[in-house]
Design a protein around this ligand. Sequence first.
Ligand code: BGC
Length: 742
Amino acid sequence: MRAYWPAFATALALAAGWSQAQTQKESAVPPYKDPKLAVEARVSDLLHRMTLGEKVAMLAGSGWMESQPIERLGIPAIKMADGPMGVRAWFGSSAVTNAAATPRIASTSFPAGIAMAATWDPDIIAQEGKVIAQEVKALGRDMILGPTVNIARQPLWGRNFEGYGEDPYLASRLVIGYIKGVQGEGVIASVKHFAANNQEFERHRIDEKIDERTLQEIYFPAFQAAVQEAGVWSVMSAYNKVNGLYCAENPYLLHDVLKKQWGFKGFVISDWGSTYSTAGTVNAGMDLEMPGGEPMKAWMAKPQTQADGNGAGWLTPDKVQAAIAAGEISTAAVDDNVSRMLRIMFTAGLFDKPHPGGGAVDIAEQKAVARTAAAESIVLLKNVGDLLPIAKSIHSLAVIGPNAAVARTGGGGSSLVRPNYSVTPLDGIRERAGNGMQVTYAQGVSIPGEDANKDSPAARAQLRQDAATAAAKADAAILVVGNAPSIESEGFDRKTLRLPDGQDELIQAVVMANKNTIVVINAGSPVAMDPWVDQVPAILTMWYGGQEGGHAIASVLFGDFTPSGKLPVTFPRKIEDTLAYGHYPGENLHTEYAEGIYVGYRHYDRANIEPLFPFGHGLSYTKFDYGDLKVTPDKLGPGRRVQVSMTVKNSGSRAGAEVVQLYLHQGKSSVDRPPQELKGFRRVMLNAGQSQAVTFTLDARAMSFYSVAKHAWVAEPSAFDVLVGASSRDIRLKGSFELTAR
Ligand code: BGC
């Protein structure tokens, strides 16, 4: 027995040691929870620990704005919030969340996307992204559903105000700033809506026929830049069909272009109610169906949701499991979807640094960005006789219009932010005018439907008369006209380019009463001005300026801020001049993008149509001289770059910023090319008398078109004209270079 004892004791001790080690091993933090481990190692470790059921569960949301958490493994939900111009509520569909009764999310309301685009300032957009992300975190969310980068194909699109305008290059440069700003804070951005969501009319059913070159040259570049240059973590697929297939089940868009050509490593999320199949959707490369769970079921049960053409509930576990069992979906495809979500969750820090919420929003820094952006976005369209800035000799102002005493901070729909406060143009003007100036107000006309008592012809005549009387008594009249969320919104298109009923007549009556009339357009897209544009000496557009719009417009009117905004969209004279006239909104749920690449100024330039105000246009209170253009080298072989330099000088008497624009024209080409295309721009802030050298680099992509034959971007040997100017129709400097075959 004795002899046995030591051996027995040793065996016991060994066994105890073994089991201790085992316990330690089991309680040890699994590798995927180790923040120091590489993201890909964490993804693969976690994926191996998941059951198929758990993976499948992650393919659809758990609620209106949350992905499915897996508690057993500590996988959190991705908590989303709408955007892009601030953090919007996340409780339900936009109709619900925009109603006064819902709990308020009081966050900072930034200018609409179109206004941000009018700044031509990637830096302010990056700052916007950063402070929005700070609010996302402060409110306990992880992801913002934005930015919107769909191209303004035609001016009636209800959501033009959300995007960055008509030019793919401009939109591409700006989207990078927004995404880097957001993601730099560890918040997921979701660039949307991929692809070609360019009309609200029948957005759930419309099939758009768009050729490959047009997609690549016009509708894709902002998404491509988001993926390849900004490294966006999520992409939202669009509602519409492109070339016969819904975007959420379109393998060309999601698999071939996004994931294969561009190398996208993040996850694709469906737009809310845009899925129509199980296997088709998963196999096309759509990773996460939204919304999900009970909120999705309740929403889909509403007759209106169905009637609108929404589709949802296709990636529920039962349907996905059945499709796997039937061999229609592979487990590898499911692994890919889940890996993409996990990859971004690890990268964004959702496992390691969750966002519990409870932080402060609408703080000074956020307000300051909203205000600067709003001021930079204002475009001075016309200023005959230097009526602006308001001169010292003006002692009284009549502020008139349906948008003067209301803050129209944004267009309607899912992007509309409800701020703590908002400054109306009238408030901003009164505050700035101070006691030394008399400011009167007259509504002049109301937005149709907002006040039934004011819509009759007699009521309108009276309001108009009161406004004209007020204008006649003042030294100058400021008319704030434009649209409202009831006219310009997600969910429907505008019916006309015209201002809402009664506004043209009001402007005419006011300018008759006072020749010092300044018209401020408060809208998210171009409006027709032909009935009065020649009579009114000064016109500006303030877009939808967010909560600080009223301060911003006052600072421009009084000359505290020199206007520097430039149009990111062409303002046409009439709807018949627009390219999509005749091709929009399509027939029998089909629409052909027959204009091809001739979108925006490309169309007006080719068709030789004089726009009301051209793309890139925007006046200043100071003057800028352009000079010293140098293009080097003037001859180059394939793959080489061209350096363009010039000097811009502020030759006026006040500080201001100029946006120098560079357009390129290819002399000879095997395919049709637009007369000019934007390939560079720089916003330069200059004191009076100051000048600055500006340089641009033109690479192969800048010279290229998309070749359908080669499925690639091709720079053909040719002479190129370099056109540098203050707008697409105000070219001040011309140079050239030659791209040779070798
Ligand atoms: C919009 C998206 C939005 C989503 C969630 C959809 O109707 O098209 O832009 O992010 O709703 O609110």
